[in-house]
Design a protein around this ligand. Structure first.
Ligand SMILES: [Zn+2]
Length: 161
């Protein structure tokens, strides 16, 4: 996995230039392309760790892998805040924040414009389901939301392990 990301970084023209700048020092800001300027702006936080280009603790993702990573960050179809939080501790590229917001906006599963309301609704729904499971009214559960049912049942069995 790490080797694959490493190669993807090496194959990326922009990132290759960033690697060079980190090794030999940054050139004149005025001569830089727009692409490279977005790295120049955070140059104090950029570094190479074990051959990997990082921004502090975040792996710098080359353009070729962005979509794949956005998909992973948005796994579970959470909202903008939670998806950004996942990225903050793991990966970075210029404009990642906006691209996460765009991904969540396009998501057909996460449709609520208000993340907190959606989260509260999910929780309320789950709580209702749990109480139904507790009293054993399985016939009631059959027509309820399968997704939440599955998620909460998994959660419970983990707690009892
Ligand atoms: Zn989604």
């Amino acid at each position: 996995m790490l080797t694959k990301k490493f190669e993807a970084q090496q194959e990326d023209t922009t990132l290759k230039a960033v690697f060079n700048y980190l090794e030999q020092g940054w050139s004149d800001k005025k001569k830089m392309s727009q692409d490279l300027l977005s790295y120049w702006h955070v140059k104090d936080e950029l570094g190479v760790q074990n051959g990997l280009l990082m921004r502090s603790c975040r792996l710098v993702i080359p353009a070729s892998m962005k979509l794949k990573i956005l998909d992973k960050l948005h796994a579970g179809h959470f909202g903008i805040t939670k998806t950004r939080l996942r990225a903050r501790e793991t990966v970075w590229w210029p404009g990642i924040s906006e691209e996460i917001a765009e991904t969540v906006r396009r998501c057909s599963v996460f449709t609520s414009s208000n993340e907190e309301v959606a989260m509260k609704n999910r929780l309320d729904k789950a709580k209702r389901l749990i109480s139904m499971i507790r009293v054993g009214r399985l016939s009631d559960i059959v027509w309820t939301d399968e997704k939440i049912f599955t998620a909460e049942v998994t959660h419970i069995s983990q707690n009892h392990r």
